[in-house]
Design a protein around this ligand. Structure first.
Ligand SMILES: *Cc1c(COP(=O)(O)O)cnc(C)c1O
Length: 223
């Protein structure tokens, strides 16, 4: 019998597939990132047993508690950082994560470049874009993106593989997905991380290469 997580995983994968095919995209080009913050280890193990290999966490401290052991047992796991990163945690983040999706300011770009030069690890980087220009939210506003990318690429020699956004809660998300896709195209960032539990199918239709799904896959978070 399939566990609940395994069942959800199959449904989500199927929905990604159907939506990709409907808009003429290859489903293989879309990565499901299992957003596992505040989820019990048991549910992560269920997802791993069902074949899921890519997970997203929001905090460095929680990642240090949860993942080293699981990583030892499953060396092919890949971890994405989805939440805001404090500059003083950049060193640990470079060590812990394969992908950092929340690069959002010059001081962090400087620090990540330094830490990557010092270590032999080079996580893939995504720039977070504040598509709704919400003052309380992190992310580069669209009007500053060009300069920020030039700084990352030119001054720091960083490779930026994509853009990430978290649309405002009460707005039509498709406008934000379309904007992120347009910015990605304009500035040569091929990866698009967008879409969460409520709207990942729509995000796929708008070109997402990564969707980040938490509650729909694992159920409610503990806290
Ligand atoms: C928690 C989180 C998600 C997943 O959210 P769900 O609504 O549980 O799918 C995706 N992206 C980020 C940045 C998150 O913090």
């Amino acid at each position: 019998m399939l566990t609940e997580v395994a069942e959800q995983l199959a449904l989500i994968r199927q929905e990604i597939r159907v939506n990709a095919l409907e808009v003429g995209r290859n489903p293989e080009t879309i990565t499901l990132v299992a957003a596992s913050k505040n989820q019990p280890i048991g549910r992560l193990e269920e997802a791993i047993a069902a074949g899921q290999r890519v997970f997203g966490e929001n905090r460095v401290s929680e990642t240090k508690d949860k993942w080293p052991l699981l990583r030892q047992r499953h060396p092919d796991l890949r971890l994405h950082l989805l939440g805001p990163l404090q500059t003083n945690k950049a060193k640990e983040a470079v060590r812990l994560f394969d992908v950092i999706e929340s690069l959002d300011r010059p001081s962090l770009a400087t620090k990540l470049a330094q830490e990557m030069d010092k270590s032999c690890r080079r996580p893939v980087l995504f720039v977070e874009v504040n598509t709704g220009e919400e003052p309380q939210k992190s992310g580069v506003i669209p009007g500053r993106l060009k300069d920020f990318l030039e700084l990352c690429r030119g001054e720091h020699g960083l490779t930026i593989e994509g853009l990430m956004c978290i649309p405002p809660v009460n707005e039509e998300v498709s406008l934000h997905f379309a904007l992120l896709a347009e910015l990605g195209e304009r500035y040569g960032c091929g990866g698009l991380s967008m879409g969460m539990s409520e709207d990942y199918a729509l995000a796929v239709r708008f070109g997402a290469t990564q969707v980040r799904v938490g509650r729909r896959l694992f159920g409610q978070r503990c806290g």
